[in-house]
Write a protein that binds this ligand. Sequence first.
Ligand SMILES: NC(=O)c1ccc[n+]([C@@H]2O[C@H](COP(=O)([O-])OP(=O)(O)OC[C@H]3O[C@@H](n4cnc5c(N)ncnc54)[C@H](O)[C@@H]3O)[C@@H](O)[C@H]2O)c1
Length: 454
Amino acid sequence: MNLTPTRRQFIKTAALTGTAATVFPSILTGAKPADTKVRLGFIGVGLRGRSHVEQAMYRDDVVIPAICDVDPNSIALTNEIFKKKGKPLPEAYSKGDEAFLQMLKRDDLDGVIIATPWEWHVPMAVATMKAGKYAGVEVSATVKLKESWDLVDTSEKTGVPCMILENVCYRRDVLAILNMVRQGMFGEMTYAHCGYQHDLREVKFNNGKQAYGGGVEFGAKGYSEAHWRTQHSVDRNGDIYPTHGLGPVAHWLNINRGNRFTHLTSTATKSRGLHKYVVDKGGANHPNAKVNFKLGDVVTTVVECANGENIVIIHDTNSPRPYSLGFRAQGTQGIWMDDNDMIYLEGVSPKAHTWEPFAAYQEKYDHPLWKRHAQTAENAGHGGIDFFVMRAFIESVKTKTPPPIDVYDAAVWSAISPLSEESIAGGSKPVEIPDFTRGKWKTNKPIFGLNDQF
Ligand SMILES: NC(=O)c1ccc[n+]([C@@H]2O[C@H](COP(=O)([O-])OP(=O)(O)OC[C@H]3O[C@@H](n4cnc5c(N)ncnc54)[C@H](O)[C@@H]3O)[C@@H](O)[C@H]2O)c1
């Protein structure tokens, strides 16, 4: 694969200034193995992991020698995908919660995709990096603050990259906005709004047989995410899934690369939606009607940035509502909003104080990545973004270069969860957000979405 001059320059500059070179000394050779295969392993082949497997299989330069999952059903369903495609079955590791450690001993894996329950992400990503394999970890990358440091420390010590697989960074509209932000169309950025506003009641509860509703069970009796995700709504009150909104916004605002998050405050409403759902669907006598869900129905977090911008992040998953990540980009020159897809730019929009549709801007500022790959991406999950995020991971592994979304992004985007919990527990008190780059944010330059390569 050819690296563009900008990306080659980044790697060269990083090597000279000691940023990437010090941080990732061993694995990032930037070698150009044009015809080599990328060998991927997968830990967690549930709903998400299997969709990654399928995505990886579209490429003829990817081989998958091994998969790992504790659930024999997940392994069997994954094997079906291989059979359908006429590919040799991967070796399966499934004996116990730590079977992944056996898989990581293999010497025929270059990278590992981790799509397990959140609490497993860090032990698995840390072990993957220690085994010298690129780690691609699903969102959110971490649950606890210390885990964010564990990711950063391990990546720095081993020299192995870790990419958070935040697919929303590749949404077509947010990439067009990134283009516009970089071209100064919004003037100086002052504010962004985002969130995860998704009615997950049918994800958090099911009948234990299939995903997406059909019952009010969770935990041991639940299937897929109801098996593990719902417990987080019992135990935690905070923004427990911040990265779908925050990832794109972090790129607009150059977080970790000229800017950083400094503080946050979070506030939660009362918790009503999940209890009501159980009672409505399962009756007041269902045992789960006695469960005390800690997670507020709507959690609002305000993040302050070093350069003076504010970001509002909403977590809203317990109530009936249409899906929206609620993006808004605002600066001294104008504003765009995801809901209704409207824009207003002073001196550009035809009528003062009046919204205009975003469509023409989308076309004009469409990101080079989408211009180049729209047709290939079309069939991939979540409107094409799953294609881009897997492609970015695979190309980084293949070219032995830093991933465009890195361990510092994984650490700080995910850290919003425990920090928002801390803020809410302290009566919406302000909480400091650590600088996981240890000062490098001041000199690091943006690398994400600079061209049509990654
Ligand atoms: N980026 C996105 O758009 C997106 C979409 C869906 C899910 N996700 C993320 O993907 C991850 C997985 O979600 P999912 O929907 O596939 O959940 P899932 O429950 O369907 O799959 C998780 C799989 O991990 C396996 N597992 C659990 N513990 C394990 C262990 N110790 N070793 C090996 N395997 C283990 C389970 O058996 C299961 O097959 C989560 O982090 C979730 O947030 C991201």
